[in-house]
Write a protein that binds this ligand. Sequence first.
Ligand code: SF4
Length: 306
Amino acid sequence: MSEKPLTPADYRTNVHNNWCPGCGDFGIVAAIQKSLLEMQVRPENALLVSGIGCSGKTPHYIGTYGMHTIHGRSLPIATGAKIANHELTVIDVSGDGDGLAIGAGHFVNFGRKNSDILYMIYNNGVYALTKGQASPTMDKGMKTKSMEEPSIKEPINPASMAIQCGYTFVARAYSYDINHLSSLIKQGVQHRGSAFIEIMQACPTYNDVKTKEYFTPILYDLQKEGYDAVVKNPSDANEVREKKLAAITKSWETGAKYPIGVFLKVDFQTYEDYLKEKMPMMKEKPLVKHDISGIKITHLMEELTF
Ligand code: SF4
């Protein structure tokens, strides 16, 4: 008997939402729900993982499995879940403070692993949960209403950094454009390998510079302007390098024209493909579905006990 088609209600929860009115995070949650519904990913086959910050509350509001984990360390936890059950759709979400300050080491090394997970950073330029301090993505010289002095540091460009760190799908989106964002989420989930989406997320409470009025006139869709992000022959090192250089250049376009859309897509062997080659039992079925009741681990416990 075929399963009943899923409806929007299947991705909702009854957890009270305490984000501020007008927060861009609402649009992101709507886009995640929309994309899962359109792909008909069953809630029990999806896992949302988050770190600490306003973004960290996302799994509370989406009716899939969810883990609200620790500061900057959500990616290793997501990777472990994916190894345990590689059939799960795993989406990891962080804020710019969570993912690019304390979590920067994981951000870098997760990309080049090419694990089949979608990682999204909600980029609002501030540490919003702790009341608006400058985060690693805030522009040099920018000052929000909660800062005494303008920021004195150069900002990180998350999309550019992701391209250099080896993510094989890299895109940028805008939190108030739900249709475009949900299309990118679908592409990121369907991509085989480490996918990354930087979401320009409005924080009306603590960032009164990068507002809706700031972004609306300057955003443009790369794909509508004919930008081709796809590497046709992944085994051609020259083509891969040229596409990456073009993608990095595009990701640094700022000012009067600000690009959203896909910067890069290249298909390489995934981390899970590699593990399946090494572990035949993983090829047969996900590790969590194996019967381990007959495996004796007493000797291991004795060896590890002091
Ligand atoms: Fe959203 Fe900013 Fe409020 Fe956090 S502080 S919920 S990011 S508007």
